[in-house]
Design a protein around this ligand. Structure first.
Ligand code: NDP
Length: 502
């Protein structure tokens, strides 16, 4: 039985109204329309945003262009920009509870998790601030007596940043501070479902001293506001996180004007477990990896690939632990699995589970939509007897649904892991170091966890192989991603004539 945490009504709650930030001014959208966001856990409107249009997107891009071409930001010293970013980090930390609360009620994620994400985000802003001071190029003093080569790193220009609803504040924090540290200006579009904390970030950045026009934040649907951000000739780079489908569209749009593209897309991440693994550690990590953020996570460990000899035991133990996971009110500090983002998304998850069952998979735990009196919730669900060719084993469900497959040999496990289009992350569990390293080297994914799952650090690059994306975020090269390289080829002394016409 799932442990239920029934949501409490949001009494005396005051709906928050937000405007957009364009060229340093808070402004209404050109249409006058408003987007209302309902809390997925409580079913009531909690936020109202201005519904932006193409016209608003173009105003924001124009402001970012002017700020880049004529404003002070790209010309400040690394130390000056870094100090502003550090101040922003302090202000984020000071308003962390407010930001976490917004993410919780707009996305349905548990409040304890939202607070932890804010802590992670503060660390990323500080890390980006430090990297910005160290941004440098190269020099070549080995090209002969008459030549000195210097390779400069220059800010790439105007960056469009498009983010999804599953980690509203964390994902914008994996992009924007690095772009700013490099000296870029930006237009940011959060998901229309969870725009609140990104708009508050606009207030924070203005207070920290980011000049007008450097960061513009607009709200609206992807096709109306996001699309022009991917096609406009005055945008130099796009940094996108979301579905693989929209990622491909973004890349095709960017191709029209050859913009640089950074894409963080979907995943169907395997955890491979061998019989000699520490199963106590693994069972906990399997449950955490599958249900964290209600499975609405590109990094979710949604595909267990378990050695046949231990499969029955593993499924029984995961089912027993799943039954203890507290599901319900995102605002309750005890909750581990909150609400599902929208009723439509819940229906999509449910359809995946029903289709898997009718294709021969066994529902070993859960599989129910939960009626908690308000909002939309789903029980943690385990599907066993899943075959590698089933849709449930290959496609991103983005819900609290774990698929269990089996293997006999290491090569078998690696083949199953690599048999799908995604390659974001993977886990391997064994007490044998050789086994972990062999699997780690053979699985095609951007991150491989060994005897752990979904740990992260600002220092460690994150991104996908194959259709999970292009490029890497975080890590020491993250600021460089927002730069162009320029070669200065300098001649010393009088130049030898090589092409003279007499
Ligand atoms: P999308 O890819 O549609 O949304 C991500 C962002 O892109 C949002 O800001 C969205 O705007 C915007 N967008 C949508 N269409 C366009 C467009 N034509 N041009 C530019 N921007 C656009 O993801 P969904 O929210 O629809 O989720 C669908 C599925 O995607 C999920 O079920 C999951 O499988 C996957 N996903 C993966 C994520 C990841 O972290 N890798 C994150 C979110 C989803 P808006 O939503 O405001 O219209």
């Amino acid at each position: 039985m799932t442990v239920l945490v029934h949501p409490q009504a949001l009494e005396n709650f005051k709906v928050r109204d937000f405007q957009m930030l364009i060229d340093g001014k808070w402004t209404n959208g050109s249409s006058g329309d408003v987007i209302e966001r309902k809390s997925p856990g409580h079913g009531v409107v909690v936020s109202r945003y201005q519904a932006g249009t193409k016209v608003d997107a173009e105003r924001a891009i124009a402001a970012a262009r002017v700020a880049f071409d004529t404003g002070p930001w790209p010309h400040m010293t690394g130390a000056e920009r870094s100090n502003i970013l550090l101040k922003a980090a302090d202000l984020i930390a000071a308003r962390a509870d407010e930001l976490a609360y917004l993410d919780c009620i707009e996305s349905g994620k548990p409040i304890s998790q939202a607070k932890a994400e804010l802590g992670g985000a503060v660390d990323i802003w500080r890390y980006a601030a430090a990297l910005g001071r160290d941004l440098h190029g190269e020099s070549y003093n080995t090209l002969g007596e008459g030549t000195l080569g210097v390779v400069l790193r220059e800010a790439i220009g105007v960056v469009s940043i498009i983010t999804p609803w599953n980690f509203p504040f964390l994902i914008v924090s994996q992009k924007l501070p690095f772009a700013l540290a490099a000296g870029c200006t930006a237009v940011v579009k959060p998901s229309e479902l969870t725009s609140g904390s990104t708009l508050l970030l606009g207030e924070i950045l203005m207070e920290a001293g980011v000049p007008s026009g450097v960061v513009n934040i607009i709200v609206g649907t992807g096709p109306e506001v996001g699309a022009p951000m991917t096609t406009h000739p005055h945008v130099d780079m796009i940094s996108f996180t979301g579905s693989t489908g929209v990622g491909k569209l973004t890349m095709a749009n960017a191709a029209q004007t050859l913009k640089k593209v950074s894409l963080e897309l979907g995943g169907k991440n395997p955890q491979i477990v061998f019989p000699d693994a520490n199963l106590d550690d693994f069972i906990d990590a399997a449950v955490f990896g599958a249900y964290f953020n209600a499975g609405e996570c590109c990094n979710a460990g949604s595909r267990l690939i378990v050695h046949r000899d231990i499969a029955d035991d593993v499924v029984a133990r995961i089912a027993a632990l799943s039954a203890k996971v507290k599901v319900g009110d995102p605002l309750d500090p005890q909750t581990k699995v909150g609400a599902i983002i929208t009723p439509e998304h819940l229906a999509k998850i449910n359809a995946y589970v029903r289709n898997a069952a009718s294709s021969g998979a066994t529902i070993s735990h859960g599989g129910e939509l939960l009626n908690l009196g308000m909002g939309q919730f789903m029980s943690p669900t385990i599907l066993s007897a899943v075959q590698p060719e089933m849709a449930i084993a290959r496609e991103e469900v983005f819900g609290p649904v774990l698929s269990v497959l089996t293997f006999e040999t290491l090569d078998d496990a690696v083949r199953i892991a690599n048999s799908i289009d995604y390659g974001l992350s993977a886990g391997v569990w064994s007490r044998d170091f050789d086994t972990c390293l062999m699997v780690g080297r053979k699985v095609r994914a951007g991150t491989i966890w060994m005897n752990t799952f979904m740990d992260g650090a600002s220092e460690l690059p994150f991104g996908g192989y194959k259709q999970s994306g292009l490029g890497r975020e975080l890590g020491r090269h993250a600021v460089e991603d927002y730069t162009e390289t320029k070669t200065l080829n300098m001649h010393i002394g009088s130049r030898k004539v090589v092409w003279s016409v007499n």
